[in-house]
Write a protein that binds this ligand. Sequence first.
Ligand code: 45D
Length: 163
Amino acid sequence: MTYTTSNEATSNVAPALLQSWQNLDVDQQLALFYFIYKEIGRSVTPAAPGASAASPEIAEGIFNQIKDLSQEEQLQLQRDLILQKNTPITREYGSLSNTTKLLLWYRLAQGMDSGEIIPMPDNYKLSGEAQQLLSQICALEFQQQITFFRDFVAPMGSSSTED
Ligand code: 45D
């Protein structure tokens, strides 16, 4: 199989991995993302190089809107982002830089741990396929992972200007 990618910064394995991730159903995509956060989240520091490309205040503003939703709505919003639904918040998301999008997802994962965002159900198990993807993603180098996650979160949300 051959792959083409418009992003030279991605590794050779990443396009296939990304495709497999995006082919999971939406809940498995979310669950896998959270398990990734659990694996690599602790190596991310706020002072990471390139942090200046993110807009923390903007990410925080959207995070606060999501925080104020009910837990059911918080989950639906995250599904809507992945499914590229058109809502006020997914449109705001669509206008962010890719790094700020990633920062928002990072905040959401932190919010899950602090009780501000709907948590993972207890004992939630990844499907075998998602589990395999998790190992492959964890095996990427840190910089590759960052590029890879940016590619994952970039197409989410809505870029529509219409209600
Ligand atoms: O009930 O240079 C299920 C920056 C099942 C700064 C569910 C950075 C049903 C600049 C659907 C599973 C910080 C951007 C429930 C660098 C059910 C910079 C819910 C690095 C409740 C380097 C599942 C940033 C849910 C990085 C809600 C590395 C799942 C960021 C939600 C990495 C999952 C971010 C979430 C990652 C996952 C974020 C929110 C890995 C987020 C993952």
